[in-house]
Design a protein around this ligand. Sequence first.
Ligand SMILES: [Zn+2]
Length: 79
Amino acid sequence: MANPKRRHSPSRRDKRRAHWRKVETPCLSVCPQCKEPKLPHRVCGNCGYYNGIEVIKVKAKKEKGKEKEKDTKSAKEGA
Ligand SMILES: [Zn+2]
């Protein structure tokens, strides 16, 4: 029977056991509605659309940075 010639070092063993820890980059597809990355076959978390239909209503439709600027302006005007 084939046998290993040498015993594996603890380092080698631990490296093998640590393999599950590897960071898997999640598969992402691009939302056709808002062009944001989303999980495939899932409702887009950014705009709430799936297959061209609004499935869930997202409370605040964020546009990076722009919304915050508007909010601060309106807050200043109100005060
Ligand atoms: Zn989207």
